[in-house]
Design a protein around this ligand. Sequence first.
Ligand code: BG6
Length: 513
Amino acid sequence: MQVTAQNTKPESLILVIFGGSGDLTKRKLVPSLYQLFKQGKLPHRFAVLALGRTDYTDDSYRPHLDEALQMYLAEGEYDASLAEQLLSSVYYLAMDPAEQSDYPRLVERLSQLDKQIDNPANYIYYLSTPPLLYGVVPQHLKHVGLNSEEGGALRRIVIEKPFGYDLASALELNEIYRSAFQEHQLYRIDHFLGKETVQDIMALRFANGIFEPLWNRNYIDRVEITAVENMGIESRGGFYDQTGALRDMVQNHLAQLVALTAMEPPVQFNADLFRNEVVKVYQSFRPMSDDEVRRRVIRGQYTEGEWRGELHRAYREEDKVAGNSRTETFVAMKLYIDNWRWQGVPFYIRTGKMMPTKVTEIVVHFKPTPHKMFTSLDGGTVPNQLIIRIQPDEGISLKFAAKVPGSGFEVKKVSMNFTYDQLGGLASGDAYSRLLEDCMLGDSTLFTRSDAVEMSWRFFDPILRLWQEDDFPLYGYPAGTWGPKQSDLIIERDHSWTNPCRNLTNSELYCEL
Ligand code: BG6
């Protein structure tokens, strides 16, 4: 596999953020821009134009971002003078992104800024708005000619997830984007792909000779992928109740993790070849009949429960959530990949809010030895597992059996561990910085291509449709637990989910890698 040549960054650029007063801008985008600025990675002549309906001016907007930087940068990272320098290149335009008649004002403001920073109309648009606007903005941009790269201007658009509400709306959105932009201008962002540890799945698999020969149905028994969180929905009730865990986490983030774990090695590491392999994985997801969905997919919603000694309210009691909501905050499912490599190997994936801890990890379970010669102190056969911990305590751990010293021949489970902090440079907020930088560089490898969105929806859409039927169970689970018990039943034989935390009753959770 070869990594293709580096793309180049433009000399000048305006980043136009739709949804300038929104949560994502404050929590992620501006802190990421700060990181890039600090590392000297922004173009020489650079400005941000944030848009929104709130009536800010440049001067009244900047202090909000300054506050956000102080709140969301990691401890010790905030430097007042650096923040001031960055924020002096941030501008605000009060406009309604849904109103076509507001766009000429955008054109005008952009051309003023172009003159100010000597920018040849290079723009990156970032859609950090409610998903309802995803279809509207590109059409309005096209109407005023802000989509076109004619004359050599750089025009790219970054779209947040979820891209589509179901298959039909995703297809429709793809159509709208195709009519206004070309695929190379589109950057559908999935911030999981910006995580170092997610990218490292490819290094682990394709930069090492030892794992790949084992990475198939002959040696792997099953794969588990868990991405759970110990928080509820915080202030996002309005969005979340319309979305649910499947659209928020499974159709995109978890599907990407499955793809990276299961994909064939691309011939070169470039946008087209890498994403071709992702699409092939999605194409191989075995469709489920209604009956299989009922047996293999479990959805849940958190009820009132205790977490670290505090009572957390039920999902239905959260702000802006319907009192009789049937939106899922937990999903677990078993899926199969119908191809040569993975035939018959179950992939168990799950995600949930208000679980005992926040952890994202992939557990690859290898098949046991064909014949048991030694007694294991852990009981049964010592499992051989490769655990890829995406976050927190990022690392990789290999579990195997070793002889217990002394007489006799007993064995016990031991672990070989690698932790990323040995390498340094793994700062929080990195995912968005990395992806913003890639977008400036014109490298779309880590962004989702239209055919991948479509293929992923083709698999998940029938599940959502079946869920609309009243009799499809929605199981409650008390906040602070590992989800509905029914999710244990989808795992075959005598196996169970690998729940990585112990000492749940103590105030200090201990996450074992
Ligand atoms: C986002 C979801 O995409 O990912 C959130 O909308 C979720 O609901 C978040 O909390 C999890 O991301 P991370 O990087 O914190 O694991």
